[in-house]
Ligand binder design. Sequence first.
Ligand code: AQP
Length: 333
Amino acid sequence: MEKKKVIYSAMQPSGVPTLGNYLGALRNWTNLQEEYNCVFGVANMHAITVRQDPQDLRKRTKDIMALFLALGLDPEKNIIYVQSDVKAHAEIAWILNCFTYMGELNRMTQFKDKSQKHSDNINAGLYTYPVLMAGDILLYQSDLVPVGADQKQHLEICRDIAGRFNGVYGDVFKIPEPYIPKVGARIMGLQNPEKKMSKSESENQNNIIYIFEEPNVIRNKIKRAVTDSGSEVYYSEDKPGISNLLNIYSSVTGKSIEEAVKEFSGVGYGEFKLAVADAVVDTLAPIQQRYKEYSSDKAYIEKVMKEGAEKASYIAEKTLNKVKKKIGYPIYK
Ligand code: AQP
């Protein structure tokens, strides 16, 4: 039988997951587990590149674990783990730092964006974030990594680092390929549809829909979403607000944009927004229900975390030991 390919995905506990995280990433993950050997991580080491409240960070890490389970990710079929529980991540990151050029890191647009956003804390971790991420992917000998537009550059640098290492020491790392999901949408802010919806944004709560949000809050936020001065519902670059709502509607209902536009022809913005809100609420309701059940079972979440860490460490250590041997660290019998 052909061996299943390995696919690596992770989510940072840098805030409460949003509808953007769900429609752009999480929703696809549940389909992947049938076809691939999946490794799903909670990337809490990445999250500390931005200052985090310790209690919040610990809680959000568990919350994301509970969310993974609520989405139907199966800890028996996949590896579901917390990044900081696997020591190999920190070790490989240092080694890979020594195989990464500053010129490469200087080109990373996420570093530029995040250092503008957090100008009081431009730390070295923020700068070497792509190296830590390269380690995540390479430790598990991943074949594929789902990437949105904003992570493309990071996968490219990962491939370059792996290729450089292999060039010196032979085939140690699998060179990962990007995985472009069949359905994937980039969800923009409701108040600022020029910029993507992000879980770490805290200034304007009306800009974001959180996965765990109450139906009436979701409805109100969608009702208040910015539109434009026109009155027709159609998809266009000069209608970013309406286009974003159409994208959301199409993603949650599975209807195409054309079908949605047809459905709302002659309908005012108000009525259109109500329909979008209903569709979002209906999509999130079963996840919220399951999330409530899982998150109240703290013992089970911890068990999944511990077992996930063991399974992940086993594979990660194997790769790390190979790397250590190649670069000339001591070997003990
Ligand atoms: N608005 C979005 N639309 C579609 N997909 C999105 N993703 C994030 N925002 C949107 C996808 O979610 C996954 C989570 O990645 P992450 O947690 O590593 O961080 P991120 O991409 O930086 O996501 P956020 O929510 O914007 O986090 P912060 O605020 O911490 O930077 C990725 O697959 C991403 O493409």
